[in-house]
Design a protein around this ligand. Structure first.
Ligand code: FE2
Length: 243
């Protein structure tokens, strides 16, 4: 498995506190059967991430993981705020794409999903990039499923937060979203081992198995899609929104 959304680089945004925290996060990934983690620091006005330094930071963490005998590799990426995309050069967009495969992990602006997000997906498509919408379930509105379906129609994929499927107060809503064909990939969006969501995907994948029509597609969700995304290989979604 590959985790496509994770704040594993230390002292760069609100993610890992220090190098030991990054290594501990990678150990969580390894224990869950995750072989690769995309480092996706916030590209947003309130975090001063130097895009040109990311390759060095990723290489540094990979060297440390090798030293510590952790069998997880870190891939480059970013969680790009929708308000930041227009200001990024083509070179920067490629450096922020997940694993360098061209896909952009796009963070919706705070508040309910709105038309601006759809316009950004189309804008990125015009620039030759496909989009993955980061955790739209955190942007609640009465029409959120319709809005997600419209984003999918525009060519986007939906990334759901894996651990929300295990939370008592959120599991039903997350399963409803998956039931409607609006979950394409599961990611941890983990920030630290010191609190919040752990770096794991497989327990959420097991919850998806409860949805009868989706069960045959779990291999696509867990392996086929993430592998194609980080490789930049062609990818067809084997199911459509059911709303
Ligand atoms: Fe995130």
């Amino acid at each position: 498995m590959i985790d496509l959304h994770c704040h594993i680089l230390d002292a760069i945004d609100d993610g890992a506190r220090d190098a030991d925290d990054s290594v501990a996060m990678a150990r969580q990934a390894e224990a869950d059967g995750i072989e690769a983690v995309c480092a996706t620091p916030h590209i947003r006005h309130d975090h001063d991430v130097r895009i040109e330094e990311l390759a060095g930071r990723v290489a540094g963490l990979n060297a440390k993981l090798e030293q510590e005998l952790v069998a997880v590799r870190i891939l480059q990426g970013g969680e790009v705020a929708e308000t930041a995309v227009e200001g990024l050069s083509e070179e920067e967009l490629m450096l922020l794409s997940l694993g360098g495969g061209g896909w952009i992990l796009l963070e919706p602006a705070p508040g309910p999903l709105d038309d601006s997000l759809l316009r950004r997906v189309a804008y990125l498509a015009d620039r030759g990039h496909r989009t993955i919408i980061a955790h739209p379930e955190r942007h609640l509105s009465a029409d959120m499923f319709e809005r997600m379906a419209a984003l999918v129609e525009e060519g986007a994929l939906i990334q759901a937060t894996a651990d929300f499927f295990l939370r008592e107060n959120m599991a039903a809503g997350m399963l409803a979203m998956a039931e409607k064909g609006l979950v394409h990939v599961l990611s941890s969006d983990a920030h630290t081992v010191l609190g919040g969501r752990p770096l794991r995907i497989s327990p959420a994948l097991e919850r998806l198995r409860e949805i009868e029509w989706l069960a045959p597609h779990l291999g696509w969700i867990a392996e086929t899609a993430p592998n194609a995304i980080v490789s930049g290989d062609p990818l067809e979604v084997p199911f459509e929104p059911r709303i």
